[in-house]
Design a protein around this ligand. Sequence first.
Ligand code: PEP
Ligand code: MG
Length: 285
Amino acid sequence: LEDAESASKTLADGVGLFRTELLYLSSSHEPSIEQQAKSYTEILKAAPEGPIVVRTIDAGSDKPVPFLNMPAEENPSLGVRGYRLLANHREFVEGQLKALELAREESGREVWVMAPMIATVDEAKTFSDLARSLGKYKVGIMIETPSIALLVDQLAGVVDFVSVGTNDLSQYLFAADRMNPSLGALLNHWQPALIKSLASIAKDAKLAGISSGVCGESASDPAFAILLAGLGFDSISVSRSQVDAVHNALSSLELEDAQKVAQDVLQARSAEQAKATALREIGAR
Ligand code: PEP
Ligand code: MG
């Protein structure tokens, strides 16, 4: 709630990523649908004007939720997390979507819902059917696994939007644990393989008639935000402290300039080269 209130004091247009698991991390028992709806309503009412993109629970891996009693796993980041919880906790996820629908009606806000950790088109379809049966929101998925990143063109007619989580997409693309600080160089968002993946996601989403955004930490870097605009993303979600800096960076140049930056950055062979190219071109304008 505090985050929603303070985001309202920035230039943000809506909310690009509402991580709902944060509401449950300290609960020892499952909140009722009414309790959840009450919390969501307060937050939706306090959020900056514009659509609010709500992500269904992304528990598991680095985000344990006590009342779900999830068993320990050898490789939790490759295990049961995000959308995969639907298999054993369907009722909880349905309850979450019902609570969100009550909050949407009560607050009168435009709500978009998306599922994390989708890996196949079938999963996207299952989530989309479920969400559409429970509420009147736009429905989307996060692009965090390389498998679904390759199939964005197949999502036409399945979802309304996609939002790339670059934190996890980098983790899975580079097989580099995002919690391990010694792997920072691979997780650098200027890595050419990540940028190339982003370019293809934005292009395929456009061809499929789906709106596309980026909600990983990478978008909070003003120069990277310019690159994302140039690659063709429709929106980005940035951390609250960076909203104004990113807004100013994006307002400082024309879309065509950003497209030129993107074209040149795509030729880079290393993260250092990609970043240097972007900074040089942006600085020259
Ligand atoms: C991401 O993976 O980039 C993302 C936005 O989700 P989270 O950081 O919560 O996993
Ligand atoms: Mg993620």
